[in-house]
Design a binder for this molecule. Structure first.
Ligand SMILES: Nc1nc2c(ncn2[C@@H]2O[C@H](COP(=O)(O)OP(=O)(O)OP(=O)(O)O)[C@@H](O)[C@H]2O)c(=O)[nH]1
Ligand SMILES: [Mg+2]
Length: 391
């Protein structure tokens, strides 16, 4: 599957940059193209300069709102981010129109943080414009939720997130949710290592996008997972996960492959990888709530067998009983059994519910505070009303 990737704001731009690196890896290791073009859009010129893998010309690193923001961002005001994106939408659409072999791409992936200003405001607006312009291609959002400490220290983060999610949901074909906080649960040392978190966020897409683009016979599985399966699965609120279980580099002699113990070890490894994919989902959600699901098994040829694929399917059926399940296998030379999992069509995501309810409380509070500020300003003005003015 081929995606045209556009990152908005600092977070979106950096993760889009990571997708550009995934594409480079796919091209050099596998001779495959997964992102025909990658763009970064920002109101902050320094953030655009900090990227390393997206092409550095102005058509790929697109500065918007130059006159309004002076190239310094919108300072967390996502209404301003949205306004600037509306005014400069032509600039972005023009750049996308220049994508190499655009007709070969299957969909758009737009990326941004929910809690910032530029990305959070621009992403829903541009989703709408891109959908209007390219009615035949789905548009997916990849939205990054803030860390917990940001939510507690800055209420605007919660409000921005609620507004961004509420605006994107009715227009995007699917919204893949990523909770920053979940990436530091296991390893607190990566808390300030955003580059590492970005790698973890993008990694599950690697095999998922490559599998259907594979051309060499030895890497084609019994059931290829192609763009059609992914397009049919992605719908509404979505979570993505990835897990792996190492297998010994030097495997058992061929003669023992049919041994039942070997087979059960393979199945155990597959289940272990699936378990990890479930517990490492990009957002906490209730799997029984999923309307659609998809899993991709990627492993060395000799670790793969139909029993394993069936076992994984049965296992997933157990945790997502209502979902239409699609699957595929992707034989690769690697030292691990890997599972990529997508749960889509989620109807009850606690995190979103919390953003919505907390923001509803915040709106009157923000209004009250603004009134108080206006009143104080007015009082101060009154005190100085008899002074002459220099203007
Ligand atoms: N995972 C991840 N999160 C990031 C990264 N950079 C920023 N964030 C998160 O994104 C949110 C801040 O949004 P930014 O993307 O910096 O904001 P912006 O879209 O550039 O908007 P303004 O700077 O306000 O104009 C916070 O929740 C950060 O934790 C990153 O590289 N990776
Ligand atoms: Mg910024």
């Amino acid at each position: 599957m081929k995606l045209v990737v556009v990152g908005f704001g600092q977070c979106g731009g950096r993760i889009a940059d990571q997708f550009a690196r995934l594409n480079r890896r796919a091209r050099s290791h596998r001779g495959i193209e997964i992102t025909p073009d990658v763009f970064a859009v920002n109101t902050d010129s320094a953030d655009l300069s900090g990227l390393t893998s997206i092409k550095s010309d102005y058509r790929h690193r697109i500065l918007i709102g130059g006159r309004k923001t002076g190239g310094h961002g919108v300072g967390k005001i996502n209404e301003l981010g949205a306004e600037i994106a509306k005014a400069d939408s032509d600039k972005i659409i023009d750049a996308i129109r220049g994508t190499r072999r655009f007709y070969e791409s299957d969909a758009f992936l737009l990326i941004a943080s929910a809690g910032g200003g530029t990305g959070s405001g621009a992403l829903p607006v541009m989703t709408r414009y891109i959908k209007e312009r390219y009615a035949d291609k789905p548009v997916y959002g990849l939205i990054i939720m803030p860390f917990e400490h940001e939510e507690t220290t800055e209420e605007r983060t919660i409000y921005n997130s609620a507004l961004c999610l509420k605006s994107i949901n009715p227009i995007a074909d699917a919204v893949i949710l990523v909770d920053n906080q979940r990436y530091i649960r296991k390893d607190f040392s990566i808390r300030y290592n955003l580059a590492k978190i970005n790698e973890l966020i993008a990694e599950p897409f690697y095999d998922l996008l490559c599998a259907g683009e594979e051309k060499k016979a030895k890497y084609i599985g019994a059931k290829t997972l192609d763009a059609g399966d992914i397009l049919q699965t992605l719908s509404g609120w979505t979570a993505i996960g990835y897990g792996k279980a190492q297998v010994p580099a030097f495997n058992l002699p061929f003669s023992r492959r049919s041994d039942f113990r070997t087979k059960s070890t393979e199945i155990y490894k597959g289940i272990q990888a699936m378990d990890e994919a479930i517990s490492e989902l990009s957002i906490s959600c209730d799997s029984t709530d999923a309307d659609r699901a998809l899993y991709l098994l990627s492993a060395p040829h000799k670790e793969m067998n139909m029993d394993l694929i069936k076992e994984l399917g049965d296992y997933l059926r157990g945790i997502a009983p209502k979902a239409t399940i699609r699957n595929g296998d992707y034989p690769r030379e690697k030292t691990a059994v890997e599972v990529t999992l997508v749960l889509s069509g989620l109807s009850n995501v606690e995190k979103i519910r919390q953003y919505y309810s907390k923001s509803s409380v915040l709106i009157p509070e923000f209004k009250k505070r603004q009134k108080e500020i206006d009143a104080r300003l007015k009082t101060m003005e009154d005190v100085g009303k008899d002074l002459p003015s220099l203007l």
